[in-house]
Design a protein around this ligand. Structure first.
Ligand SMILES: Cc1ncc(COP(=O)(O)O)c(C=O)c1O
Length: 381
């Protein structure tokens, strides 16, 4: 199956009891057994749920993986990956990653004996100098959030040995644009809250694995720990995925036009967008992504929080909100919103200034979006 067919058909069967074409929401906590141990594959809904199973099969197909496990949120999925490790193990991670991921690593798992090293993984040649016998996981986010750096997934995977797993947070790209398992990664993580769901109406997460053994360990952990998504949330993600390719393609097209508009705007000092030929990782993005994504970040010549606030408070179609990947365009201020949990000196090292603005480009008509930004930027004196 090609991608546009997979999103609609992979893992999805009409409901055998009624023929319903849409996977039903199996709102049940348990399943009746004929005699002890004699059941239809489902015992208790923390362990298995048919709506969740359909979504997991679909996600495994979209990422060319062997299996997928769904969670109550993207961070619950990340929590499960980190629980595969043991005290004393080390994780090497991108140095500009989602603030919540940074917080989970440094404020939660650091307490349990894991160590974390944050490095610029967009300089892939450097990785070898950071690896040691304790390194058990390399955590990649690409494109990074919010600086939109690109990490060469294949180059990283080629440098690690069998004992070190590579997990790629593929939230920003979505499986439509990038399939990390094909490039050598062991696991892919999604905050399905974003492009997979696509309609800003659900919190959800998933991990897709390239081997069954890792999936089995994750399933064991999930059943033991209990971070499961509800069946209605799984249904919403399944429904969102059906238009993933159309939505992401349109977002990419809009984003390229908006990035160009911002680059030419006199109030804008810098635009971060991997689609530009002068983006430092443009060639890698071209190699590993189908298109350059729907996210654009930019900075202002007036590099103060007040100036950013002025723009952030004067858009109409761009709603000021956390999150990304929905059909509607969002505008955000990483320093005070998504990345507030990262210390200021760490933020500034990667260019995440107080005046940096992040856009999640939706699927509206691009002329209206450009007009909206133009009017908001015109309010700066
Ligand atoms: C790149 C990335 N990864 C993970 C997460 C966490 O996902 P969730 O909010 O679904 O827990 C987010 C949330 O914004 C994100 O942007």
């Amino acid at each position: 199956m090609k991608f546009g067919t997979k999103v609609i058909h992979a893992g999805i069967e009409p409901d055998p009891s009624t023929g319903a074409i849409m996977t039903p929401i199996f709102q049940t906590s348990t399943y009746v057994q004929q005699s002890p141990g004699e059941h239809q594959g489902y015992e208790y809904a923390r362990t298995q749920n048919p709506t969740r199973s359909a979504l997991e099969k679909n996600l495994a197909a979209l990422e060319n993986g062997v299996d997928a496990i769904c969670y109550a949120s993207g961070l619950a999925a990340m929590d499960a990956v980190l629980k595969l490790l043991n005290p004393g193990d080390e994780v090497i991670s991108t140095n500009d990653l989602y603030g919540g991921s940074y917080r989970l690593m440094t404020k939660v798992f650091a307490k349990y004996g894991l160590t974390f090293k944050f490095v610029d993984l967009s300089e892939a040649t450097d990785l070898k100098t950071h690896l040691n016998d304790q390194t058990k996981l390399v955590w990649i986010e690409t494109p990074t959030n919010p600086m939109l750096n690109i990490v060469d997934i294949q180059a990283i995977c080629n440098q690690v040995n069998e004992a070190t797993m590579v997990c790629v947070d593929n939230t920003f790209a979505s499986p439509y644009l990038q399939n990390p398992l094909d490039l050598g990664a062991d696991m892919v993580l999604h905050s399905a809250t974003k492009y997979l769901g696509g309609h800003s109406d659900v919190i959800h997460g998933a991990i897709i694995t390239r081997d069954q053994e890792t999936a089995d360990q994750l399933r064991f952990l999930q059943n033991a720990v209990g971070a499961v998504p509800g069946p209605q949330d799984c249904f919403l993600i399944l429904r969102g995925i059906k238009t993933l390719h159309l939505r992401v393609q349109r977002s990419c097209e809009n984003a390229a036009k908006i990035a160009r508009f911002l680059k030419d705007h006199p109030a804008v000092s810098k635009v971060y967008f991997p689609g530009f030929k002068d983006h430092p990782n443009h060639e890698i993005a071209k190699k590993q992504m189908k298109d350059f994504g729907g996210m654009v970040s930019f900075d202002l010549h007036q590099n103060t929080f007040d100036a950013a606030k002025q723009v952030l408070s004067n858009t109409h179609f761009f709603s000021l909100a956390e999150s990304l990947g929905g059909v509607e365009s969002l505008i955000g201020h990483p320093a005070s919103m998504t990345h507030a949990s990262i210390p200021k000196e760490e933020r500034l090292k990667v260019g995440l200034t107080d005046s940096l603005i992040r856009l999640s480009i939706g699927i509206e008509d691009v002329e209206d979006l450009i007009d909206d930004l133009n009017k908001a930027l015109a309010t700066l004196d």
